[in-house]
Write a protein that binds this ligand. Structure first.
Ligand SMILES: [Zn+2]
Length: 312
């Protein structure tokens, strides 16, 4: 069967691609792991800035209260000096009244100042706490970034190993089949599935009998008309066949069909349509296949010789 080797290559490639796509998805989503930590840090930084603004305002308020207090004290001292120098009873009484007023103001200012200084102290403590928290969150974030980077470089290393394996198989395949195959795997994990008893094991649809026969003959690469997966024929032994029918093909098929329709059918059907239309003309693909294959043989012959030497 001419297609046997192609099927083997596709199956091997599938195992590689599934892993590769999984790892690539992990690399892509990895930075999201830092979202929570980054948000927490940004929140603390914002709060710090807001508190710092209040702190600065309070500092200004404290210094102007101190100035006002100083003025009041000087004034009181001046009045007190005036009282000592006063010659008339009236002067004495006026000054005494002024002293009493300025003393009240002084007391009020001292009270306000004390209150503001206490606020300032509290703000200072809270700012210091925030600063500590920011430092802590920054260092935690950096630790996470480091471990994320080593996680990602681990994935990248594995991806590169898989790519090396992929590059040994992929050039042996027809490039259009390969492209289609990769797209199916990206969506459905399985790009090549068996046909058993005329049923596609990918979508569990019963295939038209003459089409199932073509698959059985294995002369060409055939794609499931329902799910677009590449099909290969798998003989079912009599025992298995009995089991298969005992389980109730009709029942299981009905169930599976429903699953197929319910789960991801709409999107998948659309995409399948897309793929089918891209590769509508099977004959054309086949023609190109043979041409490509010839071209590749010419181009790749040197590489393959190198590979062979390596392996030996
Ligand atoms: Zn199918």
């Amino acid at each position: 069967m001419v297609t046997t080797e192609v099927f083997e290559n596709l199956k091997n490639l599938q195992a590689i691609l599934v892993q590769k796509y999984e790892l690539e998805a992990k690399v892509e989503s990895a930075p999201k792991q830092l979202n929570n930590q980054e948000e927490a840090l940004a929140k603390t930084q914002k709060e710090f800035i807001e508190k710092k603004a209040v702190y600065d305002e309070t500092t200004t308020a404290v210094s102007s209260l101190k100035e006002e207090l100083q003025i009041a004290i000087s004034q009181r001292e001046e009045y007190e000096k005036g009282i000592a120098d006063s010659t008339t009873h009236r002067d004495y009484e006026t000054l005494e009244k002024k002293i009493s007023e300025v003393k009240d103001k002084e007391a009020e200012l001292r009270h306000d100042l004390q209150k503001k200084e206490k606020e300032l102290d509290e703000l200072k403590t809270r700012l210091a706490e925030d600063e500590e928290l920011i430092k802590f969150q920054e260092s935690e974030l950096n630790t996470s970034k480091d471990s994320l980077n080593s996680e990602i470089s681990g994935y990248t290393k594995k991806i590169n190993e898989l790519k090396t394996k992929e590059n040994k198989i992929a050039p042996k395949l027809d490039q259009e089949i390969l492209f289609k195959f990769e797209r199916i795997i990206q969506r459905n994990t399985e790009g090549i599935v068996a046909v058993r008893n005329g049923v596609c094991m990918g979508c569990h649809m019963i295939l038209p009998a003459n089409f199932a026969n073509e698959v059985r003959e294995g002369e060409d690469i055939n794609f499931c008309p329902y799910c677009s997966r590449i099909l290969y024929y798998e003989e079912v032994s009599e025992d298995q066949q009995e089991d298969y029918f005992d389980m109730g093909v009709a029942g299981s098929l009905a169930g599976l069909d429903e699953d197929f329709e319910d789960e991801d059918s709409e999107e998948r059907e659309d995409e399948d349509e897309e793929i089918k239309s891209e590769f509508d003309d099977e004959d054309e693909i086949d023609d190109e296949d043979s041409e490509d294959a010839e071209d590749e043989d010419d181009e790749d012959s040197d590489d393959e010789d190198d590979d062979n030497e390596d392996e030996e």
